[in-house]
Design a protein. Structure first.
Length: 369
């Protein structure tokens, strides 16, 4: 099976180790185990449980405790509607393996995570890339989407909140997308790894799994919970869909690791505290970034509404790949080029991590630009 190079991941492989200022990171500052235990307020009992834990395979599809915790982040899902995976990257791959066949039609919004269009393409599916536009605040034009989604469409792939733009699909728009999908009886895969990090109002958008019987939600511990090192994700969907996915899952996942399962359960059971921590950090980073954009005449930004990334348009006589490579080689500042996300003249900047580094790097970038 041939598959396109994963542009974002290959850029990280090439440049991340040498970065002095990393503005390509998409996570809020990661939690240490010590910080997680402090948040729980039950350090001694937890340590006792960990030290007495036998390191067997653990629950194959995830512990009941973990799946119960995950179900609290949805309105209509039970533990039976959830299966645990190796990160959201494993979740998305499993969904594609389970439902996409050669010659199926798949419609994927772009920009998004490359899995959503490159994996079905590698299976021999007919993939239609539906480009979001800055002038629409990076939200899909539903009239145009309806023209693209035909009666033969097998799956629509969304990313909400969106990486890299930070756009959040309004609830009423998501319901309308469901109505479009119903006309062709299409599945909707919605990568919801940033769901829980909306900047205003309820941090949780409506989940596709809660409003459509063929809606499939994927997510993980990496972004919302700052625990990327656990490498733990999940799929939430109708029980019949989960049964089909678990049939495929038996071939590539036994379990995700008993300690990963345990720490993920702890974190989600304390989600309100962790999400508040992360939203507070995001607010600081977002202000630094938007203040810089206001002062820098050579860039433009549609302000992100969720997540930890911004998609900045720039005015310079260089492609985004040329700009980012030259910038890092000369200054140590790492930014992700929009070309790795299929749109040139844009840069993805993460703003949820080291704020001192963010301030310095943006100043260096302006002076260099």
């Amino acid at each position: 099976m041939k598959i396109d190079k994963f542009k974002v991941e290959e850029w990280f492989n090439k440049y991340e180790k040498d970065a002095v200022y990393d503005l390509a990171d998409t996570c809020v500052e990661s939690l240490s185990i010590d910080e997680l235990l402090e948040i729980t307020g039950d350090r001694e009992n937890i340590l006792s449980e960990i030290f007495s834990q036998k390191l067997n395979y653990g629950a194959i599809h995830g512990s009941n405790r973990l799946k119960r915790a995950i179900s609290t982040m949805y309105t209509n899902q039970t533990p039976d509607n959830i299966t645990i995976t190796h990160g959201a990257i494993g979740a998305n791959h499993l969904v594609m393996l389970s439902f996409v066949e050669p010659k199926d039609k798949v419609v994927s919004i772009v920009p998004t995570y490359q899995q959503h269009y490159s994996i079905p393409k590698s299976f021999g599916a007919d993939v239609e890339m539906f480009f979001l536009k800055e002038e629409n605040d990076w939200l899909p034009n539903l009239d145009e989407l309806e023209k693209v989604v035909g009666t033969d469409t097998k799956m629509i792939c969304l990313n909400n909140p969106n990486n890299p733009t930070g756009a959040v699909i309004p609830d009423e728009m998501l319901y309308k997308i469901v109505e479009i999908a119903k006309k062709s009886n299409a599945y909707i895969l919605c990568d919801e790894v940033y769901r829980g990090l909306n900047h205003e109002g309820n941090p949780f958008s409506v989940s596709i799994a809660d409003i459509y019987d063929k809606g499939i939600s994927t997510s993980s511990m990496s972004k919302v919970f700052s625990l990327a090192g656990l490498r733990l994700g999940w799929i939430a969907a109708d029980r019949n869909i989960i049964d089909i996915i678990n049939h495929q899952r038996e071939y590539n996942t036994i379990s995700v690791g008993i300690l990963d399962d345990y720490f993920a359960s702890l974190a989600i059971e304390n989600k309100d505290k962790i999400i508040k921590r992360n939203l507070d950090k995001i607010a600081i980073g977002k202000k630094i970034l938007t203040d810089w954009v206001k002062s820098e005449t050579r860039v433009h930004l549609v302000e992100p509404k969720g997540g930890t990334t911004a998609f900045v348009r720039y005015n310079a006589p260089l492609s985004s790949v040329e700009l980012c490579a030259k910038l890092q080689n000369e200054t140590g500042v790492m930014i992700l080029p929009g070309e790795t996300l299929e749109l040139d003249r844009y840069l993805r900047i993460g703003y949820g991590n080291n704020f001192e580094q963010l301030c310095k790097a943006l100043k260096i970038f302006s002076n260099w630009l």
